[in-house]
Design a protein around this ligand. Structure first.
Ligand code: SF4
Length: 480
């Protein structure tokens, strides 16, 4: 039985109870949100190592990280290291977007070790298995989807909204179709003169998803690839189809979230979120960025985190990270770290701005430690403690500076917080208590786990790190 079916039957599952604990809410609230399709718990029945989490606008904003190999790079060890890095730096879900070799073994290893939901895009494997993308058959697609479901994949991007009738609407665009899945399916439709097989076989896919409780992530294959294409007829025609497919999946007791753009000017972001929520009856919105300007390759974790914050404020439930390598190359470990930091900031900022219960406690605790010149505590509470410590110690490395009432930014003479404290002690202004006992107690905070330090929100201990030996059962598997 899927989480959705159980919720509709009035059952609070173990996963719902765990999610309630992590979010600081009542289990019944979780059940109701899932039953109404307003939230999803991506939890394949075969994913044993999963620590369940929830995606929905009434819960803490989540962050996804993409990993995966390409023909040029990476192996199982490298992919597990990427998974480890993503979970360590706070990814709430991870998508395996591998398009190189060894796909089955990499996917199995990721599912086996991951405490977070694993997502995939099955059309990629279908392309690898067909001699040519236009040779992909309906049977092959369903075969790939069923195999991945059996392997324990928790959610899959299905680009079923790319309809034959939508393709001419992309003709006047500046950057055409930029989604990998979208472009592959458009090519298939053009060359075969037939409707998108993911659309025509959608109910068969629902049946597979119901058996394994795989969650749909309805792909936005026609998302805009630049500001000029944002909000055009092609994008919104596809969105209307995604609304129709959302309701079809719900009829099959299958959970659904809906993917969104892409590249959108800042002033249009909130409107796009509101439109998706209306068209898709409140199904969780999972957005890629969006990038709010096209001019900064090399810094697109920043251009997109700005749009992601705005999307989170408007009700987007999960933010798919973008790394500094976007548009330029396959991300490396440092890019994953920078991308996740940017997106955890975006998600947290949105949660604070939306008044999410307890979300600001973390900010308060860090600010109190900062004002007290409690450097060690400030580092420990930082979103990325190692980065905070490293930057501080670049100029003031000695242990004695961990007690100092200044840092190298303003220097001892101009440290405003030191001056403020001295003025309060000597004059009329009230003294601000900065003792440990007066600070915000995070252990008592009602905030969701994702709104609490340390860096990651899941335990990455069981995922092999950089120097680990490979587990025997993931070695030597055959290529796809
Ligand atoms: S020196 Fe400036 S930046 Fe550093 S602690 Fe003091 S006020 Fe803050």
């Amino acid at each position: 039985m899927t989480q959705l079916a159980a919720a509709r039957n009035g059952t609070v599952t173990e996963a719902m109870a765990r999610v309630a604990e992590r979010e600081g809410v009542e289990p019944e609230f979780v059940r109701q949100q899932v039953a109404d399709g307003q939230a999803v718990i991506p939890a394949n029945v075969g994913h044993d190592s999963l620590d369940p989490m929830i995606i929905g606008r009434e819960f803490a904003t989540k962050v996804n990280a993409n990993i995966g190999n390409s023909e040029e790079t990476s192996d199982i060890e490298g992919e597990l290291e990427k998974l480890h890095t993503a979970v360590h730096y706070g990814a709430d879900t991870v998508m395996d977007l591998s398009t190189g070799s060894n796909l089955d073994a990499i996917r199995s290893a990721n599912v086996e070790h991951s405490p977070v939901p694993i997502g995939t895009v099955p059309i990629y494997e279908a392309v690898k298995r067909a001699s040519d993308p236009s040779e992909i058959t309906h049977e092959l697609l369903l075969d790939v989807i069923e195999k991945q479901a059996k392997q324990g994949v928790d959610y899959m991007t299905i680009h079923a909204g790319v309809r034959m009738e939508h393709l001419p609407l992309t003709d006047g665009r500046k950057t055409g179709i930029v989604s990998r899945g979208g472009s592959i399916l458009a090519q298939w439709i053009e060359e075969n003169g037939m409707e998108n097989p993911l659309y025509t076989k959608f109910e068969a896919i629902c049946e597979i998803f119901r058996e394994y409780d795989v969650t749909f992530s309805l792909g936005d294959g026609l998302r805009p690839g630049c500001l000029a294409d944002a909000g055009d007829d092609a994008q919104f025609a596809e969105l209307d189809t995604l609304g129709e497919l959302t309701r079809t999946a719900w009829e099959h007791d299958v959970q659904v979230m809906v993917e969104g753009p892409g590249h959108v000017p800042m002033d249009q972001v909130a409107g796009q979120v509101e439109r998706q929520q209306e068209v898709c009856d409140g199904a969780p919105f999972y957005v890629l960025g969006p990038l709010v300007t096209d001019v900064a390759p090399g810094y697109d974790h920043i251009t997109s985190a700005i749009g992601a914050t705005e999307a989170g404020r408007a009700g987007a439930a999960m933010l798919c990270y973008v790394t500094p390598k976007e548009h330029l190359g396959l991300p490396e470990k440092s890019d994953v770290r920078d991308g996740l930091a940017a997106y955890r900031i975006a998600a947290h900022a949105a949660d604070v701005a939306n008044g999410r219960e307890g979300a600001r406690d973390w900010d308060d605790a860090l600010s109190e430690a900062r004002y007290a010149f409690d450097w060690r505590e400030q580092f420990d509470l930082a979103l990325d403690p190692d980065r905070a410590r490293e930057y501080h110690d670049q100029t003031l490395p000695g242990d004695n500076y961990k007690e100092a009432r200044f840092c190298s930014m303003c220097g001892v003479e101009f440290c405003s917080m030191r001056i403020d404290q001295d003025a309060r002690e000597d004059g009329e202004m009230e003294t601000i208590e900065a003792d440990v006992d007066d600070r915000t107690a995070l252990e008592e905070s009602s905030a969701a786990e994702v709104n609490q330090p340390p860096v990651g929100t899941h335990d990455e201990a069981d995922i092999p790190g950089p120097d680990a030996d490979m587990p025997a059962d993931t070695e030597g598997r055959a290529d796809d």
